[in-house]
Design a protein around this ligand. Structure first.
Ligand code: NAD
Length: 252
């Protein structure tokens, strides 16, 4: 492990799988102590085990990001365990719809908004309070290219990710003078379980996804992790309020 960021503390939500797990590992490799959080206890503990196997420092706190009391306990638990919170990656999100807007239903709308929008807002609410108390910090939220452009048959998801960008930009402006930077990453299609679930029973989905990216492939979790690490780093000290596409040229 590289100990460049030794003593710094990072929190990752949705860290039991996919982009969150890869980013938790990347933070640990860069020397951060990492709080791994997710609703999935078992897979979350596996992320911690992977970090420890690579001689990194990590612990798991279970949290459903859509529940205020659990998020408060997550941030309080992080600060009481490690004394501070330098970087937060609010990444937990769900994508459960494959239909046009008029065919959607209220339950799906509420479920997506609860996790993707309320979850990010609640996390930032308590993280910003902790960062104000310590004099600064960096937050990165996971939006999506679906937060920048239309996403046919994912309209509610697209609305939720547009909302994440709205929260990100507003927080960036409100807390800029308090030394808190807030940015978002906007991945295109990334090879994770989320993508594989959406591809099940739909073989054309993979080919269409590949063809949609000018670079001629879908992205990797490591490529999103690298963008998050950069946005959290001192090298990005003049970057705030940005919704950064990491999309193989898709939105271009
Ligand atoms: P994933 O399904 O592999 O991982 C998501 C994680 O979030 C899971 O571990 C899950 O248990 C956790 N989670 C779900 N609901 C939660 C809740 N209420 N509280 C806490 N944790 C919860 O998905 P992924 O592909 O790694 O996606 C991560 C993020 O990236 C999501 O916000 C997603 O919308 C976004 N994203 C993914 C892609 C892609 O192609 N995979 C593209 C753009 C954006």
């Amino acid at each position: 492990m590289n100990k460049t960021n030794s003593g710094r503390v990072a929190l990752v939500t949705g860290a039991a799988n996919g982009i969150g797990r890869a980013t938790a590992l990347a933070f640990a490799k860069s020397g951060y102590s990492v709080v791994v959080s997710d609703i999935d206890n078992q897979a979350g503990q596996e992320t911690v085990a992977l970090i420890k196997a690579a001689e990194g420092d990590a612990s798991f706190i279970r949290c459903d990001v859509s529940r205020d009391a659990e998020v408060r306990l997550l941030i309080d638990g992080t600060v009481s365990a490690y004394g501070r919170l330098d970087c937060a990656f609010n990444n937990a999100g769900i994508e459960i719809e494959r239909c046009k807007l008029a065919d959607g239903n209220e339950g799906v709308f509420d479920a997506i908004m609860n996790v993707n929008v309320k979850g990010v807002w609640l996390c930032m609410k308590y993280q910003i309070a902790a960062m104000l108390a310590q004099g600064g910090g960096a937050i990165v939220n996971t939006a999506s290219v679906a937060g920048l452009i239309a996403a046919p048959k994912q309209g509610i998801y697209s609305a939720s990710k547009h909302a994440v960008i709205g929260l990100t930009k507003t927080a960036a402006v409100e807390y800029a003078r308090k030394n808190i930077r807030v940015n978002a990453v906007c991945p295109a299609v990334i090879d994770t379980e989320m993508f594989r679930r959406a591809s099940t029973d739909n073989p054309e989905h993979v080919a269409l996804a590949v063809a949609a990216h000018p670079l001629g492939r879908i992205g990797t979790v490591a490529e999103i992790a690298a963008a998050v690490l950069y946005l959290c780093s001192d090298s990005a000290g003049f970057t705030t309020g940005v919704a950064m596409p990491v999309d193989g040229g898709l939105t271009a």
